[in-house]
Design a protein around this ligand. Structure first.
Ligand code: EPU
Length: 332
C-alpha cells in the first residue's frame, strides 16, 4: 500500500488512492501548500464521519494542528483556543481534568476538533454549538484567514455552513470554546439518569457524567478500532406529525421527540430496525447488531458496497414508512 492511500485515515477502513496526503501542523503549512498551487485540495480530520467510495483525484490535507490554551477567563467562564487537529475526546478529558464544564456529555465522540463545528456534533442532550465561541479558518481559494462567529456558522442538527454554502472552501485551523467553572449538568437524557442511578451516584460531577456517557456509548456503539464504522450513518428524520400518527397505527410504541407544533423527530435506528435491517449483513457491509443506525464494515467491503447497502436501507425504510433517510456522514 502506498503512503498516499487513505486506508489508515478513515474509520470505515476504505482503501482509496490520492494524489498525496499532506500533514498540516500549522497555518503556515496551509499557506505553503497554496503557494505550491497543488490542486484540487480536500481536507480530512479524524476520518470518522466519511464514507470514501472511490479513489480521490486530489491532494488530501490532514489536519494535525495541535494545542489547547486558555486565552481569556472571568470569574465563571474560560475561553479556550484549540488546534483543530486535536482529538475531540482528548479535549473533553482535558476539560474534565481542569474542572471545566460544558462538553462532558460529548465524551467519546470520535473525530477531531475541526470536525465538531462542521458536523455540529451532539449527543445526550448537548450540541457543540452550546459552547462554541468562534473559529479561525483559511480560505483555500483566496488564501485569506477568516474568523467565523457562532451566528456565521448556521448551526443546525448535524449541520453548519461548512457542510453547505462553503463546503470544502475553508481549512479550519482553530476552534474557540467557552467552558464553565461552575457546572450546569445536563442529565435530562434518560439513559444518563439510569446509568447514574445504577452506579449509585446522586450528586454527579462532570467526571461522573462523562463516565456514564462513556459506559453508555461503549455498551451500544461499536469501537471503530475493532469494527470499522462511522457512528450514526443517517440523521434522525424530522417528519410531519401525520407521518408519525400513520406509523403509530401499527406501532403504537414508536419513540419520537417533539420539534415544533407540526413536526417531530423520529429515530432512524428504530425505522431501520423495524424495516428488518438491524444486525443484517450483505457481504461485508452491514448494520451493527446492537445499533441499527451504525453501518459497519465487517471485513473488506468496498465503498461502493457500503453505499449500495445504505441505498437499500433508504429504499426499504421509505417503502415501509414513507420516510426518506438522509446520510449524516459525508460521502466522498
Ligand atoms: N433504537 C432502535 N433500534 C436500535 C437502536 C436504537 O429502535 O437499534 C431506538 C431506541 O428507541 C432509542 C432511539 O432509537 O431510544 C434512539 O437511539 P439512541 O439513543 O442510541 O440515539 P440515536 O438517535 O440513534 C443520536 C445521535 C448519536 C448520539 C445519540 C445519543 C444522530 C444521527 N445520532 O443517535 O450520535 O450518540 O443520539 O445522544 O443524531 C453520531 O452522530 O455518529 C452519533 C453516534
Amino acid at each position: 500500500m502506498s503512503q498516499n492511500n487513505l486506508l489508515p485515515y478513515n474509520t470505515m477502513r476504505m482503501s482509496a488512492t490520492t494524489k498525496g496526503i499532506i500533514p498540516i501542523y500549522s497555518e503556515q503549512d496551509v499557506f505553503e501548500v497554496l503557494v505550491e498551487e497543488l490542486s484540487p485540495l480536500k481536507i480530512i480530520g479524524g476520518g470518522s464521519n466519511i464514507l470514501i467510495t472511490k479513489d480521490q483525484d486530489a491532494y488530501i490535507l490532514k489536519n494535525e494542528i495541535k494545542g489547547i490554551e486558555v486565552i481569556d477567563e472571568d470569574i465563571d467562564k474560560v475561553l479556550i483556543k484549540v488546534g483543530a487537529g486535536e482529538n475531540w475526546h482528548q479535549l473533553v478529558m482535558w476539560a474534565i481534568s481542569h474542572d471545566l464544564g460544558g462538553i462532558e456529555n460529548l465524551a467519546l465522540i470520535p473525530g477531531c476538533v475541526g470536525a465538531a463545528p462542521m458536523q455540529n456534533i451532539g449527543a445526550y442532550g448537548i450540541e457543540q454549538e452550546s459552547v462554541f465561541h468562534s473559529l479561525s479558518a483559511i480560505n483555500l481559494e483566496a488564501g485569506t484567514t477568516r474568523v467565523f462567529f457562532k451566528e456565521d456558522c448556521k448551526f443546525g442538527y448535524r449541520e453548519s455552513i461548512f457542510k453547505n454554502e462553503v463546503k470544502g472552501k475553508y481549512f479550519i485551523t482553530h476552534v474557540n470554546y467557552i467552558l464553565s467553572k461552575s457546572h450546569e449538568l445536563n442529565t435530562k437524557y434518560g439513559a444518563i439518569n439510569q446509568k447514574l442511578e445504577d452506579l449509585g451516584i446522586t450528586n454527579p460531577s462532570i467526571e461522573d457524567i462523562a463516565n456514564a456517557v462513556i459506559e453508555i456509548r461503549q455498551s451500544k456503539l461499536p469501537d471503530p478500532k475493532v469494527i470499522p464504522n462511522t457512528g450514526s450513518f443517517f440523521k434522525n428524520p424530522i417528519v410531519a406529525i401525520s407521518i408519525l400518527e400513520a406509523i403509530k397505527v401499527e406501532y403504537p410504541e414508536i419513540v419520537s421527540y417533539p420539534v415544533d407544533d407540526e413536526k417531530v423527530k423520529i429515530p432512524a435506528a428504530w425505522l431501520i430496525q423495524h424495516a428488518g435491517y438491524k444486525g443484517i449483513r450483505v457481504g461485508d457491509a452491514g448494520t451493527h447488531k446492537s445499533h441499527a443506525l451504525v453501518l459497519v464494515n465487517y471485513g473488506n467491503a468496498t465503498g461502493g458496497e457500503m453505499l449500495s447497502f445504505a441505498k437499500t436501507i433508504q429504499e426499504e425504510v421509505e417503502s415501509k414508512f414513507g420516510v426518506r433517510l438522509i446520510p449524516e456522514v459525508n460521502i466522498w
